[in-house]
Design a protein around this ligand. Sequence first.
Ligand code: G1P
Length: 336
Amino acid sequence: MKAIIPTAGQGTRLYPHTHTKPKPMVRLAGRPILGHILESFTRTPVEEVVLVIGGPMKSQVVEYANSEYGTEFDFSFVEQASPEGLGHSIYQADPEISDEPVVIALGDMIFENGYSTFLEKDQSDRLDGLIGVKPVTEPQHYGVVDIDSDGIISSLVEKPDDPPSDLAISGVYIVHDSVALFDALDHLVSNGIRGAGNEYQLTDALQIMIDEGCQLGTFEVEEWYDCGRPDTLLEANRVCLDKVPISSDCDCQQSAIVEPVDIGENVDLSNCVIGPHVSIDDGARINNSIVQDSIVGRNSQLTNINIKSSIVGDNTEVVGNSQQLNVGDNSVVENL
Ligand code: G1P
């Protein structure tokens, strides 16, 4: 089975971090979001991965995938030249997919138990596709499915004002009839049929598959973490740190580490209290500070601060009495 991971979205809700890196390259709990997704695919039958890349920072995705997972997966990269929606993004993968089944995994979504359980569920199912769903309290913010009494999807609609159910599309799709999917996407794009947000929607293509006679079922996902916002990114960081024991082999001088934490290589801590739920990337230096529930980027320097629920980018220097921060890469914040 092949996987398609769209990574070309702009990630505007995660500015300023996505000014300098694609959203799937934003790091939490020891690796970028994309790394968590690929890591989870190593425990599945997926061997080939199509990454849909785009935008001026796309090379970061290519370099990371090849250098960290190049021996695990056979990667192909296709470019989405203009941001015209999720359906348009998946459509770019068409030349890489023949008539084999595909799993589509959104590049900003982390599932608590990864993708292996979804693909195991799929093995007992012979429908044309299966979509991961979860009941939510505000379905109007998602794609929404309606199912009939046999559990087959009768309709799907993207971000409806008047949702037909509370079952939100969660961002994992297993499609057996990939020919029907790409035919449907081709129909949308070739005819300029845009949907919600004036974009080509994957949800609309799935509706066309149903209209053409395909049978799509659902499976319920457990906890999911849309890493596309600062608060949900920090939540995903907490959950991943709680699940995976990570070593914290650092140069700690007169510092207390409150697990769980992830501390990268060549991190220098002195006179600090770090944790719980803190991820610190390689080369960071933190001095005389308290850091809780936060993500600290590569080679950043924090001095005399007390922060909680904060995200600090790479190569950033913060000095002073800050309490809650969301600063991007290459910044300086001083409070002298
Ligand atoms: C996309 C899909 C939507 C799905 C959501 C899950 O929307 O179009 O159907 O419910 O992901 O996060 P987006 O979040 O890109 O607006």
